[in-house]
Ligand binder design. Structure first.
Ligand SMILES: NC(=O)CCC(=O)C(=O)O
Length: 274
């Protein structure tokens, strides 16, 4: 089966129901263009603001989870549900759920690295004010190949992507929301670096830029191939991207430049401690 990815670069507003309706409309548009694997952005049902997370948070199998499962089944698609605030007990997480085309959940990622930054004269944000970090890898198998999800700031940690690749992942999906301080300088650089380091496809699904929001997202959803080339990219506006991906390119590039075989495990090692 061919992998036809659809990225949904949507604008998030201060109404969960409106966000779900918008997501559904844009997903249907992507399905109409042949997408069979769709990715939503980080915090797609909730404006990206620390004080919102607790109010929008849901337990697993809640309103948004059910909505995503139903859409995946009805449209016969694989669906990476961006991320949403998830509550369990007294803790809230930034969580991505992944569904297969029967609507069954096949993976779940709780953002491992919380986005706490304070750039002089630029972006400040402190997810840890209201969120707790996750501790697990989210690897899943599809008819298209082995994939994984990480969330936004997780992209900055090369060890995490390398760990996923050591476990056989060929495509890393990143629901994200970079900002106007770091986005212009780091967004493409980080995606291309992870792709080249690991010879994997890197998929970034961002929210559309919203100048009315307290956190102004960078947009620019993109696809980077295992050679490090940006093959597809959106602007900052609300739009979708649908494109075919040839996952066999991963092996082709690895055979031509076999860096992963040239690792000196006798000198250094990356260890997963779980
Ligand atoms: N939502 C996030 O994790 C933002 C990450 C980001 O903008 C960065 O520069 O890193």
């Amino acid at each position: 089966m061919e992998l036809k990815i659809g990225l949904i670069q949507m604008k998030t507003v201060d109404s969960k129901e409106e966000n779900l309706m918008k997501a559904e409309k844009m997903i249907k548009e992507a399905v109409g263009k042949g997408a069979n694997f769709i990715v939503l952005p980080e915090m797609f049902n909730c404006p990206y603001e620390t004080s919102n997370f607790i109010h929008y948070a849901e337990e697993e199998r809640g309103r948004t989870w059910g909505f995503l499962a139903k859409i995946a089944k009805e449209n016969n698609i694989y669906l990476v549900g961006g991320s949403i605030p998830e509550i369990e007990g007294d803790k809230t997480y930034n969580t991505s759920y992944v569904f297969n085309n029967t609507g069954a959940q096949i993976a779940k990622h709780r953002k491992i690295h919380l986005f706490d930054i304070d750039v002089v004269g630029g972006q400040k944000f402190k997810e840890s004010d209201t969120l707790t970090s996750g501790n697990d890898l989210a690897i899943f198998v599809t008819p298209f190949g082995k994939m994984a999800v990480i969330i936004c700031y997780d992209l900055r940690f090369p060890e995490l992507s390398r760990l996923l690749v050591q476990k056989g992942v060929k495509l890393i999906i990143v629901p994200a929301s970079f900002n106007m301080t770091t986005g212009p300088l780091h967004w493409e650089l980080l995606f291309r670096a992870r792709a080249v380091d690991n010879q994997v496809y890197m998929i970034g699904a961002a929210g559309a830029r919203n100048y009315d929001s307290s956190y102004i997202g960078y947009g620019n959803s993109l696809i980077v191939d295992p050679f490090g080339k940006i093959t597809d990219k959106l602007t900052e506006r609300e739009e979708i991207l649908v494109t075919e991906i040839d996952i066999a390119q991963v092996e082709a590039i690895r055979n031509q430049i076999p860096v992963l075989k040239h690792l000196r495990h006798d000198l250094y090692e990356l260890i997963y401690k779980k």
